[in-house]
Design a protein around this ligand. Structure first.
Ligand code: 6PG
Length: 474
């Protein structure tokens, strides 16, 4: 038995958990790991460096006994029931002031329930978003902790040590009480879905519209990654086009089935945005397009039944690439804008007290949506902390107006050639709607009042009004 020697406990020794353990060890922490799967327990023992202070077991009692007190236990297990079953197993063995950190992608409402239940038993609980995939976990993720500020003090040095740094600043910040950390991580993933969809549409236009091959695509995305689009997702996209398939002589990307999967965090973002009445149409579109992609058989059948557009792209490829770069930049701004607007409202509604400049700051490194654009987003929120919509900030007004003609041209090309660009279109519509001082919602109100006596407000006097419309029965 290894009695009370280890600073931290990690439950779940899959790739993410194991990599985070090694990352903690690299920073001098002693970590005990627990997993029911003995092959994972053994993997941690055999792969570790000699200087690491690591212990692993599949016996929960031994695991608990190995931890220093108050115990700090990180969970990296699949979201949903597995989190509750681990907590229920641990509970009888924990003492007052012990801390459980759920580092998975849990739904924020589950985190609220767990927080409430565990608080009654004097056990600290934190919902901690961790982004950056396997590599991030190993060498520095972006970390989004929420819950008790007191409990955070206990883990802050470790989280700052293991997180990635941007200009020496750790990509971790206490975000707010309750489920703030998991909420922010959920919205991070919503933005992730939107950016991935936009990039995929750009790929569609370049591949099918302009007939570019994988080498040309690699070159284009690599070049984009050196400019205004510099970001993790653009850089991995450039790499993907180069990857050879090892089963055929083709590039791997061409051998992958065009049917997307999802674990749900994007849809959760859309659902909560709907509930809070904050429009996030680019994120909604991204979720719908993953859903639509799964209807592969229907799509193939329909393709045989209807005629494609007869218009082929005939413009200059170089111009298209340059225009698309600026259109993608425009659309990416609207994706971040929508996520940030949701966080702004959620902060008020759920009393998270979020500082959006901090969120932009910790997203600059380590996470999947890291991008040079986040530097400007951070600056915008430092200048105006309570900005309700990023598009209203001076810096983004300028950026968007400079590239709006580009996105119009790209959308136009999509419409003419029949290449679907729903996220680009949605981004442009969002912008156009937001910059419309007048929208046709007066007609909606009239219709509501006509058929349902729902009343309306007037532009020339206060109050609510109802009209006996000249009702038609047929
Ligand atoms: C991250 C990722 C990570 C995971 C997504 C994938 O920030 O590291 O977002 O959390 O890869 O949840 O989500 P889908 O399976 O829904 O695409």
């Amino acid at each position: 038995m290894e009695e009370q020697k280890y600073d931290y406990g990690m439950i779940g020794l899959g790739t993410m958990g194991r990599n985070l353990v090694y990352n903690m060890c690299d920073h001098g922490f002693a970590v005990a790991g627990l997993d029911k799967d003995t092959t994972k327990v053994e993997a941690l023992k055999t792969e570790k460096k000699s200087e690491y202070k690591v212990y692993s077991t599949s016996d929960v009692k031994e695991f608990i006994a190995a931890l220093k007190q108050p115990r700090v236990i990180l969970l990296l297990v699949p979201a949903g029931p597995p989190v509750d079953s681990v907590i229920n197993e641990l509970k009888p063995m924990l003492s007052k002031d012990d801390l459980i950190m759920d580092c998975g992608n849990s739904h924020y409402t589950d985190t609220n329930i767990r927080l409430e239940k565990l608080a009654k038993e004097n056990i600290n609980f934190m919902g901690v978003g961790v982004s950056g995939g396997e590599y991030g976990a190993r060498f520095g993720p972006s970390i989004m902790p929420g819950g008790s500020k007191e409990a955070y003090k206990l883990i802050r040095p470790m989280l700052e040590a293991v997180s990635t740094k941007v200009n020496g600043v750790p990509c971790v910040r206490f975000l707010g009480p309750g489920s703030a950390g998991h909420y922010v991580k959920m919205v991070h993933n919503g933005i992730e879905y939107a950016l991935m969809q936009l990039i995929s549409e750009a790929y569609h236009l370049l591949k099918v519209g302009a007939g570019m091959n994988n080498d040309q695509l690699h070159e284009t995305f690599s070049k984009w990654n050196e400019g205004m689009l510099q970001s993790y997702l653009i850089s991995i996209t450039a790499d993907i086009f180069k990857q050879q398939d090892n089963l055929t002589s083709n590039r791997l990307v061409d051998m992958i089935l065009d049917s997307a999967h999802q674990k749900g965090t994007g849809a959760w973002t859309s659902e909560d945005a709907m509930a809070l009445q904050i429009p996030v149409p680019v994120i909604d579109t991204a979720v719908s397009m993953r859903d639509l992609s799964a209807f592969k058989d229907d799509r193939q059948a329909f393709q045989q039944l209807v005629k494609a557009s007869e218009v082929k792209f005939s413009g200059d490829k170089k111009d298209l690439i340059n225009t698309l770069e600026r259109a993608l930049y425009f659309s990416m701004i609207t994706a971040y804008t929508q996520g940030m607007a949701l966080l702004h409202e959620a902060s008020k509604e759920y009393k998270y007290e979020l500082r959006l400049s901090d969120i932009a700051s910790i997203w600059r490194g380590g996470c999947i949506i890291r991008a040079s654009l986040l530097e400007d987003i951070r600056a915008a929120y430092i200048a105006q902390p309570d900005l309700s919509n990023l598009m209203l900030s001076g810096i983004f007004i300028k950026k968007l107006s400079e590239s709006q003609k580009d996105i119009r041209q790209i959308v136009h090309t999509g419409v003419d050639t029949g290449i679907p660009l729903p996220a680009f279109m949605s981004s442009l519509s969002y912008y156009d709607s937001y910059r419309s001082g007048w929208l046709p919602a007066n007609l909606l109100q009239a219709q509501r009042d006509y058929f349902g006596a729902h009343t309306y407000e007037r532009i020339d006097r206060k109050g609510t009004f109802h009209t006996q419309w000249n009702q038609k029965q047929s």
